[in-house]
Design a protein around this ligand. Structure first.
Ligand code: HEC
Ligand code: HEC
Ligand code: HEC
Length: 133
């Protein structure tokens, strides 16, 4: 009644078409599959972030929003980290002072998930302290 040979060939063709986006990515779109490679600060005095690793991973965008609010609306520029260190609340002046190459850090994750924060339209790397002179 059934032609099992044809059904199997049909299934194979179906599986090929169904999974083709993955095949395509494996061959052509290597960039899309590359996991983020994060270059971390190497200087001895830059080994601890402004908050815990878990917090920064999950909530750095919340922290940046808080910083912006406190600087722009409240005029407060000093942040106390959980281990009681003080930081100037500045995206380019503080975050990028340690994470000096945003392309090898911020952008690594953001391009992986297809996110493009619009912050750099105004907060350019040119504002970094070492690029100001
Ligand atoms: C004093 C240096 C320093 C400053 C300032 C700093 N960071 Fe970090 N940051 C680090 C280090 C070192 C790590 C890695 C910590 C670890 O592995 O325990 C890190 C980790 C992170 C991570 C997690 C990376 C991962 O592996 O998942 C994010 C996200 C991050 N930082 C964002 C920021 C942002 C945003 C700012 C500014 C609000 C900032 N950092 C300010 C040194 C710094
Ligand atoms: C470990 C990966 C990782 C690193 C490193 C990282 N981010 Fe993110 N970032 C994310 C993820 C994931 C999101 C998206 C969260 C979401 O969509 O809810 C995000 C979102 C953001 C947002 C909010 C974007 C928006 O349009 O609302 C900002 C702002 C941001 N990141 C800034 C930074 C900055 C600045 C750095 C570097 C100093 C950085 N991030 C490093 C993973 C990372
Ligand atoms: C339209 C231009 C513009 C855009 C886009 C923008 N900002 Fe800002 N931001 C400013 C200005 C202007 C200030 C005030 C600078 C000051 O008083 O030092 C500021 C201040 C801040 C501050 C505190 C001061 C500092 O040096 O960093 C933080 C943090 C901040 N913004 C984060 C962000 C983040 C995160 C994004 C993206 C999600 C973003 N901004 C997008 C213009 C912009």
């Amino acid at each position: 009644m059934y032609d099992s040979g044809k059904i199997i060939i049909g299934l194979i063709i179906f599986a090929g078409i169904f999974t083709s986006p993955f095949w395509y990515d494996l061959s052509g779109g290597k960039e899309a599959l590359k996991a983020p490679v994060l270059v971390l600060p190497t200087k001895a005095d830059q080994q601890v972030c402004v908050n815990t690793l878990e917090y920064m991973r999950a909530d750095h965008m919340v922290l940046l929003n808080d910083w912006r609010y406190e600087v722009v609306r409240l005029g407060d520029r000093t942040y106390q980290s959980p281990d009681h260190k003080e930081f100037n609340m500045s995206l380019t002046g503080t975050c990028l002072n340690c994470h000096a190459n945003s392309a090898q850090f911020c952008d690594q994750c953001h391009s992986y998930i297809g996110e493009t924060p619009y912050c750099w339209e105004c907060h350019t790397e040119i504002n970094k302290p070492e690029n100001m002179q």
